[in-house]
Design a protein around this ligand. Structure first.
Ligand code: PA5
Length: 451
């Protein structure tokens, strides 16, 4: 069966930037693109994700699928995935995009996947632990470094709870650890306890890791087809490989257009969706681009909105506020279900002109009307069309953005694969909490705060 492809349309940026400028930048962009494949650019020890989709061994996919199946066979109610940043957002994005919007309230074939360790909210943890008391569950702890504070705190608590509930022996069979191959506290613990483990490849950074066990095991457990997800990504990798010319290379074109907009003062890119299931996909995208490009005093600020909901909150600003924005719209061509608007004998709401139309027709007209209004208001618009919201096309979209982000970061002349700025808050937090080894920082911060 020939699969459709996602498409990119930047025609509605061309009253803001010239096609000639895009063409002029294309040579540079192609060089940056090649640097990713040939590993000759900055951060080249973190480029494992570039070749990954086509290189995942069938045996590895089988093992991840089987782990998911085992958990489903156990008929557990919940899988709690403990992780933050790249060890959280990819799985959350894909599972939310593919799940029934009301899955939590309907009987399920597969366990519901919940998350912990993605914040330090005491109420969140209290309420989660309360919920888990009455549920049958398993834990999956994901941390590449094994030392990240947020998931470490959550795991310490939930590990105690699960051991109390099931006994240590049984708890061991209900805990899965996803961490790096050899280093770190989590690897040590997993080895000593005999947890089932999956390895995060050394050369894949957190925000590029959704197609490793970091994302795939949870996605498989939730009952989704990880082979189709990986196949979609692999097809996108082929369709945007080093031999593909700029004129056909969608991630390269997107990287060029957004860089040109940025050079014209478009500091904020808003990722727009018209399907609320994509809310967390935008969160994943924000981490990918924000952490990859926001450094050395540079970078487009990645923001997101869910339309049409947010047209009633953010729409005013986008239409008439500071003209520093551009939008990238994710548009799903065909929804999975059909809902037709009925006629009403009284027509008190005046909506009979919509009778017989599908809700999606209204949504699509809302999209087109909004796009035209925003472009008229001075907001350039990039449109990405996704044929269906399924595993295969999400795989395409994930790889599209990962590759575009790498190319775009190189075009911006930053290293898109490090995140040195993330350490600053940790240093202060550890100093404030009196972590051993941070005595000087504690003294300095206390002086600063006058305490
Ligand atoms: O993209 C990244 O590298 C980060 O967001 C990490 O994924 C995040 O900080 C979690 O790190 P770890 O998996 O080591 O706990």
């Amino acid at each position: 069966m020939t699969m459709e492809k996602i498409t990119l349309n930047y025609a509605r940026t061309l009253s803001f930037i010239d096609q000639a400028c895009i063409d002029a930048l294309s040579g540079d962009v192609e060089l940056h693109h090649r640097a990713l494949w040939e590993k000759t650019g900055k951060g080249n020890d973190f480029l494992g994700w570039v070749h990954l989709p086509g290189a995942i061994a069938d045996a590895d996919l089988k093992q991840m699928d089987e782990t998911g199946q085992l958990l489903r066979d156990k008929k557990i109610d919940l899988l709690v995935v403990i992780g933050i940043g790249g060890s959280y957002l990819g799985a959350k994005a894909v599972i939310d995009a593919l799940s029934d919007s009301f899955a939590a309230m309907k009987p399920q074939q597969a366990p519901l996947v919940l998350f912990a360790g993605q914040n330090i909210g005491e109420d969140y943890l209290f309420e989660l632990r309360g919920l888990l008391k009455g549920k049958d569950y398993a834990l999956m702890v994901i941390s590449k470094s094994g030392t990240t504070t947020e998931p470490a705190i959550a795991f310490r608590l939930l590990k105690q709870d699960i051991e109390e509930k099931y006994g240590r022996e049984e708890a061991r069979t209900r805990i899965i650890a996803v961490t790096d191959a050899s280093r770190g506290a989590l690897r040590k613990l997993a080895l000593s306890e005999g947890y089932q483990t999956f390895v995060i490849p050394d050369d894949v950074g957190g925000r590029y890791s959704v197609l490793t066990p970091v994302g795939l095991v949870a996605i498989a457990t939730a009952g989704f087809d990880i082979r189709a997800l990986v196949r979609g990504a692999a097809d996108m990798a082929v369709n945007s490989g080093p031999q593909v010319p700029f004129s056909q290379n969608l991630p390269a074109q997107y990287a060029a257009v957004r860089n040109l907009l940025y050079r014209q003062g478009r500091m904020v890119e808003i990722l727009v969706n018209y399907n609320p299931k994509l809310h967390y996909f935008s969160e994943w995208w924000k981490q990918l681009f924000g952490e990859s490009e926001g450094k050395e005093g540079k970078g487009i600020f990645p923001a997101s909105v869910d339309f049409t909901s947010d047209l009633h909150s953010m729409g005013q600003y986008i239409q008439e506020g500071e003209r520093k924005l551009f939008e990238t719209v994710l548009s799903i061509k065909s929804p999975d279900h059909e809902v037709v608007i009925p006629a009403d004998a009284d027509d008190l709401d005046g909506l009979n002109f919509l009778a017989g139309k599908r809700v999606d027709e209204v949504n699509k007209m809302a999209e087109l009307g909004t796009t035209l209004a925003h472009v008229d208001g001075g907001v350039p618009n990039i449109r990405i069309e996704i044929p269906r919201l399924n595993e295969y096309y999400l795989g395409q979209l994930i790889y599209f953005f990962e590759l575009a982000c790498g190319i775009s970061g190189y075009t911006l002349k930053v290293n898109p694969f490090d995140q040195p700025g993330v350490e600053a808050y940790k240093k202060n937090m550890f100093a404030l909490l009196g972590k051993p080894g941070f005595e000087n920082e504690t003294r300095a911060i206390m002086d600063r705060l006058g305490e």
